[in-house]
Design a protein around this ligand. Structure first.
Ligand SMILES: Cc1cc2nc3c(=O)[nH]c(=O)nc-3n(C[C@H](O)[C@H](O)[C@H](O)COP(=O)(O)OP(=O)(O)OC[C@H]3O[C@@H](n4cnc5c(N)ncnc54)[C@H](O)[C@@H]3O)c2cc1C
Length: 379
């Protein structure tokens, strides 16, 4: 297809922007199309956790077979966290990346046994989680409740600042030559000889290849080419406290309820963990008071000092989720030239590696990691 772009990337979240940046660095002519503003959906609204360990609530819910099937994704996430550590330097801006370790806190022996079973599966995939008794836990993290019986410590986890990361990556993509089209919605895609035509609210684009990085709405984009994928949007909420003196250097989880907790560089404690937001009839989201109190209760149950802090802001966003938590990465088998860059639930953590591998595949290069067992497209 003459003219047009080598690649059109759909979605201006961190995944699409980073993929477009890598593609432009690799010599491709790239356009990125974003329906709204860059990073204005999940990529700018997430809690900033850099996750690695298997999430405890899902392990408790779905069990060991599920965790073993998800296990190969741990290597992918680990590689992504390595890339996160180099990202501030690569974009030329401090993204508040700190890998201080993640702690899952147990309040009883049964929870501790489950953490130990989870740690065995993590170890089989190259991720070490150290089991701690109550004394060891408090020595490592004196801010935790003294009712905790123990926990698991995964040294490689941490946090980054989503409010800085996505804009910094967007600037880097622009500097690398990516044509960025904001406020431009993709409304249809057709496969033509040698490429694709992409209909948008601002006119028609042509490209040899298309990358779908539309997050929670990726299913709609895939359906435009007759491709059915199991991805959907789920409404979540997160809360931040007033800034306080340094207290929590770790990413903290609880085995007693859904929680992700960290202290941002400015001192605010960010409290989330997958609590659902509420949905209005017109499709917009609002804070669910039951989720808010539930989330705060779990948080204060683990870090009692949180009970004395004021929450200053809560917000909502759609997360991209798949039922089995596994990502959908790669070229669609019966749609040559159409690529999916979709890492669910923890897509902020996975973004650097997702973008790296998808760019390699689009450029026809050997991917730096084997997607077998990771992406559902490689099964
Ligand atoms: C509240 C919350 C907390 C979270 N916390 C964490 C966390 O702590 N750690 C972690 O690793 N992950 C977390 N996540 C998940 C993570 O934020 C997402 O998985 C990740 O940001 C997905 O990035 P993305 O670029 O793929 O998608 P998005 O950021 O959703 O970007 C997709 C973009 O595609 C655009 N788009 C959609 N349809 C079209 C169209 N037709 N035309 C043009 N553009 C279109 C959208 O406007 C959007 O900007 C959280 C998510 C939420 C919602």
């Amino acid at each position: 297809m003459a003219g047009g772009f080598d690649v059109v990337v759909i979605g201006g979240g961190i995944t699409g922007l980073m993929t477009a940046w890598n593609l432009a660095d690799g010599g491709a002519r790239v356009a990125l199309v974003e329906a709204g503003d860059l990073g204005a959906e999940a990529s700018g609204a997430n809690a900033g956790s850099l996750h690695l360990q298997i999430q405890y609530p899902e392990f408790a819910l779905y069990g060991e077979d599920w965790a073993r099937a998800y296990g190969p994704c741990l290597g992918f996430l680990k590689a992504s966290l390595d890339l996160w550590q180099a990202l501030s330097e690569r974009v030329g801006e401090d993204l508040d990346v700190k890998l201080g370790g993640g702690i899952i806190v147990a309040q009883n022996d049964e929870q501790m046994r489950l953490i130990a079973r989870k740690a065995r599966i993590e170890a089989a995939h190259g991720v070490e989680t150290t089991l701690l008794d109550g004394g060891q836990l408090r020595a490592l993290a004196p801010y935790l409740t003294n009712t905790a019986v123990g926990g698991g410590f995964c040294a490689l986890e941490g946090k980054a600042n989503p409010l800085r990361a996505t804009p910094a990556v967007a600037l880097a993509a622009q500097r690398a030559g990516v044509t960025i089209m904001r406020k431009t919605t993709v409304t249809g895609i057709s496969a033509e000889t040698g490429g694709f035509q992409i209909a948008t609210s601002n006119g028609l684009l042509e490209a040899q290849r298309v990358v779908n990085a539309a997050g929670a709405r990726a299913g709609e984009i895939a359906a435009m080419l007759g491709v059915a994928i199991e991805i959907d949007g789920f409404p979540l909420q997160v809360t931040v406290t007033e800034p306080v003196a340094p207290l929590i250097p770790h990413l903290v989880y609880s085995a007693a309820g859904k929680l992700s907790l960290k202290q941002a560089a400015n001192g605010g404690c960010i409290i989330g963990g997958g609590w659902p937001a509420a949905l209005r009839a017109n499709g917009t989201l609002f804070i669910d008071p039951a989720s808010l109190t539930g989330n705060m209760g779990v948080a204060a149950g683990v870090v009692p000092k949180l009970g004395q802090m004021r929450a200053i802001r809560s917000w909502t966003a759609w997360v991209n989720g798949t039922p089995d938590w596994r990502p959908i990465l790669g070229e669609v088998p019966n749609r040559p030239g159409f690529f999916l860059a979709l890492f669910p639930w923890v897509g902020f953590s996975a973004a650097p590696m997702t973008a790296k591998v998808i760019a390699e595949l689009v450029l026809g290069r050997r991917p730096s990691t084997d997607l077998k067992g990771v992406s559902v497209l490689a099964d």
